[in-house]
Design a protein around this ligand. Structure first.
Ligand code: ZN
Ligand code: ZN
Length: 362
């Protein structure tokens, strides 16, 4: 059982600093993180109010019984549409003056309702209260992510046997997804990417009916989910013999990835890591072709804080889980991305993805 008390006490410190008496959380992953209720992943109505001493979960009636069994909150109430009456009662007892909400997850309609129900209380949009707490993982979370990454490694080994000229990208994607589910993944971590030939020049290509041809680069980007926790890995291979230019591009990305990886350590600044990889790719003449950030945090969401990119001054801390994934994408030619998932440690990092990064020629 996760230590919800410790999570809430970290959040309360941040709420104090933000000067709010209570926070109404609507983002479902944040709610799950703070109390263990998972009704929110289905799009059901759910909200969690955290004040200085208590937490109150309001949840769609269909998930009420399950929440009462599994969630950890001082009060668990049915969502009575369309009012926040119960929360207002608690706020009144608290004599709350300022209540925070997550502006990115509240619709205009919801806001109007909140403003009406909480009349007389100042409602303030506050961003980044729960997410930074989620950045650092506890032992239980690390185990789940490591398990998800292990399923990814097994799936990669399996798919190498499956890919050959004439097999469609879509069939490779389905096979990857099926294999991961068979080996303990709840669902794909995100829509699996299988991009072959010139399609691999699109960083987030959707698998198509295109058949893999001899000589194609194939970029595979996929992950598993274990108990709500994600993994994320990318490997690029060549089906058949690699051409000189393919070897060259691959070599640059591999060097950028290895160099950035070796700079991962507690205290490193996220945007500096991005720059380390970007410099290598730019020096090789392909700076314009590295069109995305170096990486991102991974946990309850496949993309979460911290961002490893320009403008991100976050310092890495032990037990953060991040990806390192530089790439080069050349229109009309193809692309290469190599992505590992790592846990940050005091002295460096621990690799969670173990699939080879040598250029494979199938
Ligand atoms: Zn990925
Ligand atoms: Zn990624």
């Amino acid at each position: 059982m996760p230590n919800y008390k410790s999570r809430l006490s970290k959040l309360r410190k941040r709420m104090n600093a933000a000067g709010i008496d209570a926070l109404v959380v609507f983002e479902p992953h944040n709610i799950f993180y703070l109390c263990g209720s998972n009704g929110g992943f289905t799009g059901a109505k759910i909200g969690l109010m955290v004040d200085a001493n208590t937490s109150t979960l309001i949840i769609d009636k269909r998930y009420l019984e399950e929440a009462r069994r599994t969630a950890v909150a001082d009060k668990i109430l049915a969502w009575t549409v369309p009012s926040y009456a119960e929360l207002v009662e608690i706020a009144k007892k608290l004599k709350a003056k300022k209540i925070g909400f997550e502006p990115a997850y509240v619709t205009v309609k919801q806001y109007e309702r909140l403003a009406k129900d909480f009349e007389g209380v100042q409602l303030v949009g506050v961003t980044g209260l729960v997410e930074p707490v989620r950045e650092t993982k506890d032992a239980g979370e690390l185990r789940k992510i490591a398990k998800a990454a292990e399923i990814g490694d097994l799936a990669f080994a399996h798919i190498l046997e499956f890919m050959k000229p004439g097999v469609a990208e879509l069939d490779v994607a389905i096979e990857l997804d099926f294999f991961m589910r068979k080996h303990g993944s709840e669902k794909p971590s995100f829509e699996t990417i299988v991009a072959s030939g010139t399609n691999s020049a699109v960083p987030h290509a959707t698998p198509s009916n295109k058949k893999i041809e001899a000589g194609d680069f194939v970029t595979l980007d996929f992950g598993a989910v274990v108990d709500g926790y994600h993994s994320d890995v990318t490997r690029t291979i060549v089906v058949g013999k690699a051409r000189q230019k393919q070897k060259k591009i691959y070599g640059i990305v591999k060097e950028a990835q290895a160099t950035a990886l070796n700079a991962v350590v507690s205290g490193a600044i996220c945007q500096d890591l991005d720059e380390i990889a970007r410099d290598i790719i730019s020096d090789a003449g392909y700076g314009e072709a590295f069109v995305h950030n170096l990486g991102h945090g991974v946990g309850l969401e496949v993309h979460e804080a911290p961002a490893l990119g320009k403008g991100s001054e976050t310092k890495l801390k032990p037990n953060m889980v991040v990806t390192i994934e530089p790439g080069i994408y050349l229109n009309g030619f193809g692309g290469v991305r190599i992505e590992d998932l790592v846990v940050v440690t005091k002295s460096g990092y621990k690799l969670l993805t173990h699939s080879t990064k040598d250029l494979l020629e199938l």
